[in-house]
Design a protein around this ligand. Structure first.
Ligand code: CA
Length: 232
């Protein structure tokens, strides 16, 4: 597993590089956002650990640019316990975040958890977000403040699980999620439900989309034998 570590603070970077190599990850360490984009373009990594406060681009900007062509899992490092960073980071397609100070072991554990979750190969044509597909032009949008998902600007009336499921899809347009992955990502206790539960929830989500705008139920695609994907 090749990990790209983007961190400009040497002390933090050194301990992380050491911890990751000890766990047999192959680590490339860069100091700036520009170097990170170059490094990932030159050699696709399986995972990116991305500091938000970088000397050139912000980590959020780096994430946005990576997402134009890649669905690689991204873990943010943030110095502030800032809600803004967290929300923006996850909205832009980050997978998780950790607030400094953290223990290197915590980072390794998060990396493993995220890799388990996204068990399909990270770099695959057709699963990356569409370039230039801005928030405003997307049919479905997320309003974090009100915790609502909107279809063409109209709020959908969703249950908590329907909302969480839609968020999983929205963060990774076109990516196919298996039922197991969806259970893992949207249910706190996935053991208590079956994969039929996902099918039932997808059905009600589609009905709600259709009710607001006929035809929009097709935004959630069934990929036979695989799972579901959001296809804006
Ligand atoms: Ca920094």
């Amino acid at each position: 597993m090749k990990v790209l570590l983007v961190e400009d603070e040497p002390a933090i970077a050194d301990t992380l590089v050491y911890a990751l190599r000890t766990e047999c990850f192959e680590v490339t360490h860069v100091l700036t956002g520009g170097e990170a984009l170059d490094a990932h373009a030159a050699d696709a990594h399986d995972f990116v650990i991305l500091d938000i406060g970088l000397p050139d681009l912000t980590g959020l900007e780096v994430c946005k640019r990576l997402r134009e062509s890649s669905a690689v899992p991204i873990l943010f490092l943030t110095a502030r316990d800032g809600e803004i960073d967290r929300i923006l980071g996850l909205e832009l397609g980050g997978d998780d975040y950790v607030t400094k100070p953290f223990s290197p072991r915590e980072i390794v554990a998060r990396v493993r958890a995220i890799l388990r979750r996204s068990s399909s190969p990270a770099e695959k044509p057709g699963i990356a977000a569409e370039p230039g597909n801005g928030e405003s032009s997307a049919p479905l949008t997320h309003d974090e403040a009100t915790m609502r998902v909107l279809l063409h600007g109209q709020a959908l009336d969703l249950t908590a699980h329907e909302y969480k499921l839609l968020l999983v899809f929205l963060r990774r347009p076109h990516r196919v999620f298996t039922r197991d992955q969806l259970l893992d990502l949207a249910w706190q206790d996935p053991g208590a439900v079956t994969d039929r539960t996902i099918d039932a929830h997808i059905k009600t989500i589609r009905a709600k989309l259709r009710e607001k705008s006929p035809g929009c139920e097709n935004l959630i695609e069934t990929r036979r034998g695989l799972g579901y994907a959001y296809a804006p």
